[in-house]
Design a protein around this ligand. Sequence first.
Ligand code: AMP
Ligand code: GLY
Length: 423
Amino acid sequence: MNILILGSGGRECAFAWKLAQSNKVNKLFIAPGNAGTHNIGTNISINPNDFEAVKKVVLKQEIQMVIVGPEDPLVNGIHDFFLADNALKSIPVIGPQKHAAQLEGSKEFAKEFMYRHNIPTAKYESFTSKSLEKGFQFLETLDAPYVLKADGLAAGKGVLILNDLQEAKHELKEMLTNKKFGEASSKVVIEEFLDGIEMSTFVLTDSENYVVLPNAKDYKRIGEGDKGLNTGGMGAISPVPFADKEFLTKVEERIIKPTIAGFKKDNIPYVGFVFIGLIKVNNEPLVIEYNVRMGDPETEVVIPRIKSDLADLFIATAEKRLDKFNLEIDERSATTVMLVSGGYPEAYEKGKEISGLDQVKGSIVFQAGTDLKDDKIVTSGGRVLAVTSYGNNFKEALNQSYQNIKSIKFDKMNFRKDIGFDL
Ligand code: AMP
Ligand code: GLY
């Protein structure tokens, strides 16, 4: 079959790498893709949020399945657009419809869903500019630190964790009345702070059945020791060593099953990935957030650990046969280390030539923010390359990635040397 992947990051590069290994795949297209996906399939330079442009490509290239990488086309309703179009409605889209995408697009929607289905999560209340005073009063009932979340999508920047009550009140006002995060903060969710260790679990559902994919832990802060600004993710490890069998059983029984059952009870059709951000507090799992897509860079460790054919897995998803799908997982650990542009996540320069990729041995390099310029691979984003390796344990896998990183170079390249430091 001909498959179109929407997106341009390391996640989409990992999907393409794995799909290219399937004999079910005839032609593979990535829109817009990057210099790495250019070597695997055919890049098409369109914006995934321009649905009419996506439609043209799908019809012209006789696409038979669409895999949606990032959240914004989902939140903007790409799946609904396909279902409403006679020429597109029979083409499966892996990624949920707009209704379900609110699980990521609105923190309040996600919290209400969890409360309705008794899924463990931090207690919360939500406020608008009209209820600012009530927000102040709610903050006074909580202990520090205070967690304030812009309700809408805010490019990963909408969550503030503050130690001081006065500062929390000030920021709440900034968010609600001065629109600190634009429309995204016209509503704010205030949560109880949970003290624990985070990890993520990934589920693929066909809206009736589900398979649990390998779990992972990512490292979001730019600095070593988890210091400094939040990024999209600086590295990841799979499986998570502290998630033992007993803990994972709790996750499946108390979180995954009620989530999938909740979609059905609420009449929310859901075909696609569910990314559940978890926190382990006193050996109990609670949900921090839902995303309606795979994580990046988590995909760069999760996908390499799937031994089954990925096209088969997606076909089974589209045909609602996931209950009969035997997902084979590689027992080895996989780790990835992100090489980023100097300055990221703040301002950084682009267009730096990347060298040494041909010297990498025994690791897989998934490209993210890269582009081709006169046949040379250059940087084009903050997160540039994900260097993934396997090992008998995560330390062995990490050593392999760090060894190979020595041969990769670009001006002002930066990366964290302590991925997995807390495990
Ligand atoms: P979110 O966008 O909801 O995942 O929040 C971003 C990050 O803020 C999470 O990955 C956590 O590190 C942190 N965080 C969010 N909610 C809480 C909470 N209730 N308690 C502690 N940390 C939190
Ligand atoms: N790595 C976190 C995310 O994809 O949201």
